[in-house]
Design a protein around this ligand. Structure first.
Ligand SMILES: Cc1ncc(C[n+]2csc(CCOP(=O)(O)OP(=O)(O)O)c2C)c(N)n1
Length: 667
């Protein structure tokens, strides 16, 4: 192996050597602990250390890195205290995730490291978001994301690279090509000759290098970093290496030909670098032994500290409290100053859609760090023209058309969040959220609980039927998300709430799914204050007073219930508009049950697994004595949503509302 020290001093070479050796020695210790049954799983990076170490050392300490499961060298090169890392791996409270995450699935703001989720590919787009933040602030920085060769087959790889290319983001994507994805060799994973061929398709520069040569990695990343900053472009690097151990320690290496171990054993990144350093007399055998000894003792003493960690005692309140980030207390004086043209007493008659527009507009004025993203939202104004005019006022930096890469854009919102930005993403139709589902339910939703990093993101979801748009432009999919701890789900039904809830969602530091019913956009109007105001998330509203039955509902179905009530003046109906589905307003639900003793849960979503089932279960558990009738659910048919309007009307719960009201009254 040939090493080129370029202009590096002896001290710098020794520093690189120390950083390279340290993770190897930690791992060797981990393998012993594993055999002793002291740790559970371990994904070894032995043989691949030069990539993590060389690249981390080539960056500034405050540039974000998105590492993977074999990148111990990233964590150690960023100087994370070893005892705390041990505590993390042991699942101690004093680790980086309060015992909630395993091995490398955690991050640290202090160290500018955002650890992976198991799904591999979603890591990559987070780097896009961070790089976008750097770009918007005109900072001379890059972000770095790693992937294995296996991970390059995921759609997330394609989307992340495409977004970085189209938006000219300074991201370095590093592929660690170690020959296998679990047991599957690369020839069963892709057909291109080299993985950097993929870069051509994105219009991106790339290079393939020897990933076992730490000087090559270090030097390449230094140069590429300068390129990315100077040209404001991403770059793809394929580092050729080899996984010297099994996928994880329990899985063995039977499927790997022995010759490969021999061949790559000769290319060991540490042994070779050591030989080079002794050959050029930067280090001698004695000095190397001293360093090894020093590390050995350090590892032992840090391990001793880690062993002192107490057994975790589960505290349910703490577990629940950490799912959501606490809202910041904001000084409203400053915001009001900016919006002085808005008289708090002044209201205007607005359509539902205009309430949303006004909330977006005022929020853009309020939060200079707010970025809007979505397909066709800039000059075109969005599929529903909600963002019309915003790009003219706030510019293309803050109002961003996106490629059709929902997953990467959700990932990008998270990256922006790491750097203190806020983001609102418009799903063109709520149906398309399936493409970003993983990022929402696994990354955005869980990150605060996992390692105390919030995801300051709102996803706007134009939803619902009644517009004869067929199975893929009409779905009600709110219940997919109400099941996910860490998300908030809001669903306004009036222009007033549409504005106030969207402002509240944007102010909220947590990921909020904001459902906006398409059929309400231009059909519902109401008085909306011009001032900047919030409707509190988690608070329901009584929209009609009555004492015979209570209809608990939300969204378009609120209007079905109101229309029904008007047409049936002889029935006294209490109507509760939930407005927020996660968290639910249990007080309002309890009061509604107490008032009438007869409850109908009404929603446009299909019956099975809908939020109505959850509320019904809660009522039977907590309000059983107050009931005079079984809790009924009126929901849409358990079928996909048909296109033909006769079929669609039959599908919708509205067509059965009268039947259910009568049934409830009959008790
Ligand atoms: C979406 C997803 N599918 C499957 C897996 C199971 N899995 C974990 S690691 C892995 C192989 C990954 O290979 P590669 O990206 O080359 O990284 P390496 O483990 O070789 O470093 C697989 C299949 C997973 N974690 N996530």
């Amino acid at each position: 192996m040939e090493f080129n020290r370029t202009t590096l001093s002896n001290e710098e070479l020794i520093n690189i050597y120390r950083n390279l050796l340290f993770p190897r020695m930690i791992e060797e210790k981990m393998l012993v602990l594993l055999r002793q049954g002291k740790i559970s799983k371990w994904f070894s990076g032995i043989g691949q250390e030069a990539i993590a170490v060389g690249s981390t050392l080539a960056l500034q300490d405050d540039e974000w890195i998105m590492p993977m499961h074999r990148n111990l060298g990233v964590f150690t090169s960023r100087k994370m205290p070893l005892h705390k890392l041990f505590m993390q791996w042991q699942g101690n409270k004093e680790g980086y995730s309060k015992g909630r995450e395993r091995s490398f699935h955690f991050g640290s703001k202090e160290h500018h490291i955002c650890g992976m989720i198991s799904h591999l590919g979603p890591q990559l787009a987070i780097a896009d978001g961070v790089a976008l933040a750097y770009k918007l602030r005109r900072e001379n920085k890059v972000s770095v994301a790693y992937t294995g060769d296996g991970g390059t087959s995921e759609g997330d790889f394609h989307e992340a690279l495409n977004v970085a290319a189209v938006w000219d983001l300074p991201v370095i994507f590093i592929i660690e090509n170690n020959g296998y994805g679990l047991s599957t060799p690369v020839n069963e994973q892709y057909r291109c000759k080299s993985l950097i061929d993929k870069a051509i398709g994105y219009g991106m520069e790339s290079v393939r290098i020897d990933g076992n040569n730490v000087m090559t990695v270090y030097d390449t990343i230094k140069g590429v970093r300068e390129y990315c900053i100077r040209e404001q472009k991403p770059y793809l690097i394929e580092c050729m290496t080899f996984r010297m151990r099994g996928h994880e320690e329990a899985s063995g290496t039977k499927y790997v030909p022995k010759e490969l171990f021999e061949e790559w054993g000769k290319k060991d990144p540490i042994k070779n670098f050591e030989q080079y350093l002794t050959a050029v007399q930067v280090l001698n055998e004695m000095q190397i032994a001293d360093i090894r000894n020093e590390f050995k003792q350090h590892i032992e003493s840090e391990l001793e500290i880690a062993y002192q960690a107490n057994e975790i005692i589960a505290d349910t309140d703490e577990e629940l409290n950490d799912v959501y980030a606490k809202p910041l207390i904001v000084n409203r004086e400053s915001q009001v100053a900016e919006l002085t043209t808005h008289d708090s007493r002044l209201t205007t008659e607005l359509r539902f859609i205009d309430g949303i527009k006004q909330a977006l507009h005022q929020s853009m004025l309020e939060h200079h760090n707010l970025i809007l993203m979505g397909q066709d939202i800039a000059e075109y104004g969005g599929a529903f023209k909600i963002t019309e005019g915003l790009v003219e006022e706030f510019g293309k930096d803050r109002v961003r058309n996106t490629p059709l890469c929902e997953s990467a854009i959700v990932g990008t919102t998270l990256g922006l969040s790491l750097e203190g930005f806020k983001a609102v993403m418009e799903m063109q139709f709520a149906d398309f959220v399936t493409e970003g589902f993983n990022q929402i339910v696994n990354n955005l939703a869980k990150i605060n609980y996992r390692w105390n990093q919030n995801a300051d993101v709102v996803i706007r979801m134009p939803t619902g039927a009644g517009v004869a748009a067929g199975p893929f432009h009409s779905q009600s999919n709110e219940a997919w998300f109400t099941h996910v701890p860490g998300l908030k789900v809001v669903y306004p039904s009036t222009p007033y709430d549409a504005k106030g809830l969207l402002i509240a969602a944007i102010n909220d530091p947590n990921p909020v799914l904001y459902f906006e019913h398409k059929a309400l956009y231009r059909s519902v109007s109401g008085n909306v204050p011009e001032e900047y105001y919030e409707v509190e998330i988690g608070k329901a509203n009584i929209v009609n007073e009555g004492d015979e039955i209570s209809i608990i509902t939300y969204g378009a179905a609120v209007h079905w219930a109101l229309d029904y009530t008007k047409e049936h003046a002889d029935i006294s109906i209490e109507i509760i508009d939930l407005r927020t589905l996660l968290p639910l307003d249990y007080d309002a639900i309890r009061n509604a049950v107490a008032k009438t003793g007869k409850v109908l849960l009404l929603h446009e979503d299909t019956l099975m697994g809908g939020i109505g089932g959850e509320i019904s279960a809660w009522i039977s558990e907590h309000c059983f004595e107050m009931l005079d009738a079984p809790v009924l659910r009126c929901a849409s048919l358990d079928t996909p949503i048909p296109f033909n309007s006769n079929l669609e009307n039959n599908f919708l719960a509205k067509s059965r509302l009268d039947e259910y009201v009568k049934k409830l009254l009959s008790y």
